[in-house]
Design a protein around this ligand. Structure first.
Ligand SMILES: [Zn+2]
Length: 131
């Protein structure tokens, strides 16, 4: 039985899931807890996204606006962090943090770009999720 954690948000353009694995396209990976989790596009996904803690993979659907795709990936990364660190945030906690991060970025996009530029300019810090 799958323990997939889903956003619960339905994607209007998604097709019903079938048993045949579709040809999944990778759109990158995220490193969480020392593991690289692939982020795959799954056209058959019935929700916007899901984190599969057994398969250690994030899947996102298709047909989303770029800002919805971005917030979906943030949401699923938060589920992966929740699982890796056993934070027990649950759907409510994940959704609250996602909403806060997205709001902070959208409220002041210039500042958010500067924060990200600074973050990306520095050396990659492994195994540290904050102090
Ligand atoms: Zn969720």
């Amino acid at each position: 039985m799958s323990r997939n954690v889903q956003t619960g948000r339905t994607c209007p353009d998604s097709e019903p899931r079938n048993d045949d694995q579709p040809d999944l396209k990778s759109i990158g990976s995220v490193r969480i807890g020392g593991l690289d989790l692939p982020v795959l596009v799954d056209p058959s996904l019935e929700s916007f996204g899901e984190f599969d803690p057994v398969g250690r993979v994030i899947r996102v659907g298709t047909g989303m606006a770029p800002e919805v795709l971005a917030s979906t990936i943030i949401h699923e990364v938060l589920h992966a962090i929740d699982d890796a660190l056993d934070l027990r945030l649950g759907e409510r906690g994940v959704r609250a943090i996602e909403t806060g991060l997205v709001a902070a970025a959208r409220d002041d996009p210039g500042q958010a770009r500067r924060w990200l530029a600074g973050l990306l300019a520095g050396p990659r810090v492994r195994g540290r999720a904050g102090a």
